[in-house]
Design a protein around this ligand. Structure first.
Ligand code: PLP
Length: 442
């Protein structure tokens, strides 16, 4: 075992932690040293049940032997080779494996290294598509309030989280946002897709009226928004968005970074929700997070317009040094194999009713103002402490960790997304520990 990975580091100063309260953490560090199956372990060997699949990414559970061995073998064969005007077999194989499980007709796969890069790649592909078709005025990108598409300038601009945008001043011009679909009083404590709110998709008609369809390239939404607290689309909402996009020649992009690879009980959210986008982003579960990798899958017609319609030479002026990196490609192939062999989406679907009932049992706990779920996700919304937004949920998070369970919080919302290998006793422990923590912080 690598001693460094399990020891307590002497110096916490140099590492500027992402999306963190650095000062609090460094004064009160909570470290993870290793992981296996459904569990993390602290440097002193304490077990922590993972209720979040890392950051929604270790869908097959931790420390998968098959994935580890594939990475090790690949590292010994080919550490790196460029994929600009050159290829290595494993990147092509990884793309083919991904294309096997994307919706029909979405068979072209572009590799990135993260969800953020996938979001920016998808937006650039949308712009390139319209340009290739002679529709150069279509440069406007539409996102949605409370949408999260990572931290690149494209995804951040199209994303709709104030805290992620305000610190950075000028963002992309030519961006607008749909209203979010959350918080309708009639939808509180909905199980699965809420009944009310499909008409919120009609706001796209208003944006078309305001800007002109001829200026709009694409609409990007998460099928189920995860990072802003599990916001589940109302029944019929995505269908309406799809219909309006079709009516005006606007591309529909699904950000499937969280909903991909079984999280909703199907390969992708598109399948579960019955709506196929033109472009979809993915990352996280693609490699079970063992090596960073993202991807963008597009409809064959989108690829054809850009690639086959090009005069010759490079068709898309976009790519990353590590697009299709051999180690990531090896991890993706091994992950796809586990995904298929163990039918991870099927496992998620099978345990979903139990999960749903367990999550909704928290309704009886104090300060719980809403609960929602879809697939193996759950959002448990707490009433904020007066004048201290986010504090109650953060205290619940800390108490759960100290009691041996990892949850995730965003504002005063607790977001749960266990690995898809979760079993009933894990669910009982996760929800039981969480309930005790919510009661303790009442
Ligand atoms: N898109 C969605 C829907 C996400 O949930 C995330 C991360 O949580 C991202 C994009 C960004 O992914 P990454 O952190 O890998 O850049």
């Amino acid at each position: 075992m690598n001693e460094l990975s399990v020891s307590r580091p002497n110096n916490l100063d140099a590492y500027w932690m992402p999306y963190s309260d650095n000062r609090y953490f460094k004064a009160n560090p909570r470290m993870i040293a290793r992981a296996e199956g459904m569990s993390y372990f602290t440097p002193d060997g304490r077990e922590i049940l993972d209720g979040t699949a890392g950051l929604w990414c270790c869908n097959a559970g931790h420390g998968r032997r098959e994935i580890k061995e594939a990475i090790q073998q690949q590292a010994a064969i080919l550490d790196y080779a460029p994929t600009f005007q050159l290829g290595h077999p494993i990147a092509f194989e990884a793309a083919a494996r991904v294309a096997e499980i994307t919706p029909d007709g979405m068979d072209k796969v572009f590799f990135t290294n993260s969800g953020s890069e996938s979001a920016d790649t998808a937006l650039k592909i949308a712009l390139a598509y319209h340009k290739a078709r002679g529709d150069s005025s279509r440069v406007r990108l539409i996102g949605r309030e409370r949408g999260y598409h990572g931290v690149g300038f494209g995804g951040m601009s199209v994303g709709g989280i104030g805290g992620n945008r305000k610190q950075f001043g000028a963002l992309l011009p030519y961006v607008d946002h749909l209203p979010h679909t959350h918080g309708l009083a009639e939808n509180l404590f909905s199980k699965g897709l809420p009944e009310h709110g499909a008409q919120l998709a009609d706001a796209l008609e208003n944006l078309v009226a305001l800007h002109g369809a001829e200026t709009i390239a694409a609409v990007m939404v998460e099928p189920v928004a995860g990072s802003t607290g599990v916001l589940v689309p109302p029944k019929g909402y995505l269908e309406r968005l799809r219909a309006i996009c079709d009516k005006y020649g606007i591309l529909l992009i699904f950000d499937e970074v969280i909903t991909g690879f079984g999280r909703l009980g199907t390969n992708f959210g598109a399948e579960r929700l019955g709506v196929t986008p033109d472009i979809m982003t993915m990352a996280k579960g693609l490699t079970n997070a063992a090596v960073p990798m993202g991807a963008v899958a597009v409809k064959n017609s989108v690829y054809a317009a850009i690639v086959e319609g090009a005069p010759g030479g490079i068709e898309l002026f976009h790519g990353y040094t590590y697009s299709g990196h051999p180690l990531a490609a090896a991890a993706a192939i091994a992950t796809m194999e586990v995904h298929r062999a163990e039918d991870l989406p099927g496992r998620a679907l099978a345990i979903e009713p139990y999960w749903q009932e367990a999550a909704h049992s928290l309704r009886a706990a104090p300060n719980v103002v809403d609960i929602r779920d879809c697939g193996l996700t759950a959002g448990i919304e707490l009433a904020p402490r007066a004048g201290k937004p986010g504090q109650r949920a953060m205290e619940v998070f800390r108490r759960c960790f100290d009691d041996g369970v990892l949850i995730r919080v965003t504002g005063d919302i607790i977001a749960l997304s266990p690995p898809l290998i979760v079993e009933k006793p894990h669910v009982d422990r996760l929800i039981g520990t969480l309930e005790a923590a919510i009661r303790a912080e009442a």
